[in-house]
Design a protein around this ligand. Sequence first.
Ligand code: FPP
Length: 235
Amino acid sequence: MTDVPEHIAIIMDGNGRWAKSRFLNKAAGHRAGAQALRRLAVEAEKIGVKILTVYAFSTENWRRPKDEVDTLMDLIHDYIQQYIDDSKKNDMRIRMIGDLSRLSAELRRKIDDLLEMTKDKKGMSVVIALNYGGRDDIVRAARKLAADVKGGRKTLNEVDEKLFASYLDTADMPDPDLLIRTSGEMRISNFLLWQTAYTEIYYCDKLWPDFTIKDLEKAIGQYQQRNRRYGGRNE
Ligand code: FPP
């Protein structure tokens, strides 16, 4: 495939409805969702995607019933372990965005292992957004920047968009070219708010566990027909 977007972000929505339609519990839906992601990442890398950022757990997801939150955290823990095993066989780099300080010490240790193991990999980066909120990302960046100004390490005159972006969790990544949301919902839901300023958005009705490489190719096909102007004119 040519002209493949370098950075694709995905809001993996619809696990609950997928499970319900099969008379399964929510955990089964999230498990199927996590498997769909593992499969898709391998295929996405093959067609030339460089960065795949996925919304695994938002700052708002803590409001779900405790047993669902626990299930999701257990699942994420298991999948981190699987990614550790996979990393011996593939060249993917795993990165995390979000405020990891609220996660259990055990999960954070696992994450650190995974980040360490894949940090020099040269393949596609899979960026997992965990306890991530776009507003929270901006507020944490503002705090760090304010502390640097207060401490004399930065001056107010230096503060511009480029400098501010370097304080975000996504500091050294390009902004997403394409954002996909599954399951028919049409919202950003506090995902990469700063970073999606000029991102093309693609919505589809498929529930996340059913989303395959064919669907990704369809999304990319639509993306390729769009005319990105970044507020300017392409005449
Ligand atoms: C939205 O579906 C999905 C989530 C809140 C969680 C997504 C997480 C995964 C797919 C697991 C990922 C695992 C790793 C390791 C990255 P929903 O439950 O809101 O669906 P519904 O709207 O149909 O109820």
